[in-house]
Ligand binder design. Structure first.
Ligand code: SF4
Length: 363
């Protein structure tokens, strides 16, 4: 336990509080107040405790402590970078792919991530949750679309709801015959693990549908003992977990950091699922890297850890065209390398060390 964990009892929401606790220099206060006026700030005691204030490049601070760089919006950055709005048939629902919908219940989170692609829509000052009428309309939409097999609860963070409210929502969804999977995307088990109580986990289990929990974390240090215990409560209840992470410059954009993160997930019985390329959210350029660098990292990861530890590296195509896998290609010259015998194509395949082999080996 460091001095910050001992001295911070509540979530820090004001730049002045960040200064007071030594997490940012006083000289930055003016700029950070401008950032906080536009984008929500919240650093829970758990996350604050992980920050080393003497390290200007601390990977946890980069995720949660605002920066003056957020005041600069780059060309191509957009308030709604993956076009949630144009795929929203009714308030609270995003229907981008045929068999699944996002159901955005709340607009608040335990922490506010500086790279969030919904940063213009989350935080205090925005509508905190769907109104009862909007909730009913969203549910009616799901009921009226039998192709919806999976409902993804996102937001905001759905685990900011009370267990009682969440349980009622889960029951409503599970009562829809064609809804078989309810997936909950959350940062709460790492950001505020005390919220993962037996009551909360009981609310997640429901007759008639299978619950999955997708944990969002970006650095191995986030998987603290308390976070691991919270995840264990979820998995021990029979709820499978997957991970999602964002590739972030200065946080996890080196092979060792990614390796440690993926190993930590698997140790917690969480299957690595997605590594997202950073979305073109406003004021986030300083946290993005390039697709080429991401591919290099994925190639390096393949050489370091088993398939169990491999996420899919994906980019959400701006304009709402969905996710595309953008990981490295291990098959060179597919379908065109050599037709040495009629009807047989040979391929060049790269192994995990970078060496190239012919497949099939003999012509
Ligand atoms: S928890 Fe998720 S929705 Fe909330 S700020 Fe972080 S990335 Fe955005």
């Amino acid at each position: 336990m460091n001095h910050i964990e001992r001295s911070i009892a509540a979530t820090l929401r004001q730049p002045g509080e960040l200064v007071e606790h030594g997490l940012v220099p006083r000289v930055a206060l003016g700029d950070l107040e401008k950032v906080a006026a536009r984008y929500a700030v919240a650093v829970t005691p758990e996350m604050a405790a992980l920050i080393d204030p003497s390290d200007p490049d601390d990977p946890i601070a980069r995720q949660f402590i605002p920066s003056a760089a957020e005041l600069v919006t780059q060309r191509n950055e957009d308030a709604d970078p993956i076009a949630d709005h144009s795929h929203s048939p009714v308030a609270g629902i995003v229907h981008r792919y045929p068999d699944r919908v996002l159901f955005k219940l709340v607009h608040i989170c335990a922490v506010y991530c500086r790279f969030c692609f919904r940063r213009e829509m989350v935080g205090p000052g925005k509508a905190t949750a769907l109104s009862p009428a909007a909730y009913d309309s969203a549910l009616d939409y799901i009921r009226a679309h039998p192709e919806v097999w999976e409902v993804i609860l996102t937001g905001g963070d759905p685990l900011m709801l009370s267990p009682r409210r969440l349980g009622a929502i889960m029951a409503d969804l599970a009562a829809v015959d064609h809804v078989k999977i309810i997936r909950i995307h959350t940062r709460v088990p790492v950001a505020d693990p005390a919220r993962i109580t037996g009551e909360m986990v009981a609310a997640l289990r429901v007759e008639g549908a299978t619950t999955w929990v997708a944990l969002h974390a970006n650095h191995a240090r986030e998987l603290t003992d308390k976070a691991r215990a919270a995840c264990a409560v979820i998995v021990d209840a029979g709820i499978p977990m997957v991970s999602q992470s964002v590739l972030l410059r200065g946080v996890n954009d080196d092979a060792a950091a990614l390796e440690a993160l993926m190993r930590a997930f698997v140790e917690c019985r969480i299957k690595p699922y997605y590594l997202h390329h950073g979305d073109l959210a406003p004021g986030t350029a300083h946290l993005r890297t390039t697709l080429g660098h991401g591919q290099e990292l994925m190639r390096a990861l393949r050489g370091r850890v088993s398939g169990l530890c491999q996420p899919d590296y994906v980019v959400d195509i701006p304009g709402g065209h969905g996710k595309a896998p953008v990981g490295p290609n291990y098959v060179l010259d597919a379908n065109s390398f050599s037709r040495e015998q009629p009807g047989e194509t040979r391929y060049r395949i790269i192994d995990y060390c970078g060496d190239v082999h012919l497949y099939p080996p003999k012509p």
